[in-house]
Design a protein around this ligand. Structure first.
Ligand code: IPM
Ligand code: MN
Length: 362
């Protein structure tokens, strides 16, 4: 009997619904081709619902989401809602409550895609960032004293437990063993690089560094270990991206370096990520925002959302289907699109979805 996956779809705000529709189109094409079923349920969490009801992601919504095999998210962010409310109330709440402790962000330049890096091609830009997704400055630990007075003090602390660090490192080492350059025939070693700031953040990244080498020595002697400071990481992403294989880092540094990563792989039109709970429910998203100015115009690039759907299927164990979607995306970038930028693709949003879906079904 064909397997059925229960997938929660949260199109969200702005262009989220447009790109999500194309990702769903491709999911369905893959299901048809690979003999599994997707049982989709829509959720309207986002800015419009917040404006209507004052609700972001209620606890009951979290409980609903727990019942699914995976979540596909479009975009969160609304021009009429103050920054922070939807991000914290929906996106971060889902990540925290569902304990999606890994944020996996592949940085892969597909054929035909323009990178701003001169003389770099798909062989040079092909690595993955594993961003810890529950700790660090994102925990909201801190506060104000004397707020609103000239003596106001604000404190916001980076927080990491050994437990959080270890479970993230374990995922990262395993990932490097399975998908590193040696494992995938792209190099001599599987390498995991820790990105930190051990010269200044001498508590947090000291903990990370000790945990990294202890685990590496004991359980993953086959994996080459490297260390880069976060500022240097940014420099090398631009100058020598080919040095990188798998990178593991804390939540805030991961947030920052993956925007840079997205740019060198061709921009927000193509960059996708997974918020993973390897033992629970994971959520996949294009990492660009809701792009309000393009909303409803049919010009936004759906490939990032399609790549999120591809990662979703890989996480469910439908690796063949995921692989075919990725190849279809590569076919599309190599042969069809003029540019990845909104309005410059040479096709509408839904036409791009059609091209990929048809290729998948072939
Ligand atoms: C991301 C985003 C979020 C983050 C924001 C919207 C809270 O920038 O997914 O990278 O900082 O994690
Ligand atoms: Mn970000």
């Amino acid at each position: 009997m064909a397997k059925t996956y229960k997938i929660a779809v949260m199109p969200g705000d702005g262009t989220g619904p447009e790109v999500t529709a194309e990702a769903v189109k491709v999911l369905k094409a893959a299901a048809g081709k690979f003999n599994f079923k997707v049982d989709l349920t829509n959720f309207d969490f986002g800015g419009e619902r917040y404006k209507r009801t004052g609700e972001t992601l209620p606890d009951s919504g979290v409980e609903e989401l727990r019942k699914f095999d995976a979540i596909l998210l479009g975009a969160i962010g609304h021009p009429d809602v103050a920054p922070g409310i939807l991000e914290k109330g929906i996106l971060l709440k889902a990540r925290f409550e569902l304990d999606q402790y890994i944020n996996l962000r592949p940085v892969k330049l597909y054929p035909g895609v323009a990178t701003p890096l001169k003389d770099k091609g798909p062989d040079d830009i092909n690595f993955a960032v594993i961003r810890e997704n529950t700790g660090d400055l994102y925990t909201g630990t801190g506060g104000f004293t004397m707020k609103g007075t000239p003596h106001e003090v604000a404190v916001q602390s980076a927080v990491y437990s050994r437990f959080q660090v270890d479970r993230c490192l374990k995922y990262a080492f395993e990932y490097a063993r399975k998908f590193g350059k040696k494992a995938t025939g792209r190099g001599e070693h599987n390498t995991l690089a820790l990105c930190g700031k051990t010269n200044v953040l001498t508590y947090i990244y000291d903990l990370w560094e000790r945990a990294f080498h202890e685990m590496g020595q004991k359980d993953y002697p086959d994996i080459k270990r490297e260390y880069y400071h976060v500022d240097a990481t940014c420099m090398w992403f631009v100058k020598n991206p080919e040095w990188f294989d798998v990178i593991v880092t804390g939540n805030l540094f991961g947030d920052i370096i993956t925007d840079l990563g997205a740019m060198i792989q061709g921009g927000m039109g193509i960059a996708a990520g997974g918020n993973l709970n390897p033992e629970g429910v994971s959520m996949f998203e294009p990492i660009g925002g809701s792009a309000p100015k393009y909303t409803g115009k049919g010009v936004i690039n759906p490939l990032a959302a399609i790549c999120a759907a591809q990662m979703l299927l890989a996480s469910l164990g439908e690796e063949k289907a995921a692989d075919v979607i990725e190849k279809a995306v590569m076919f599309t970038t190599a042969n069809k699109l003029k540019s990845l930028a909104a309005g410059k693709m040479g096709f509408s949003t839904s036409q791009v979805g059609d091209i990929v879906a048809e290729k998948v079904a072939e």
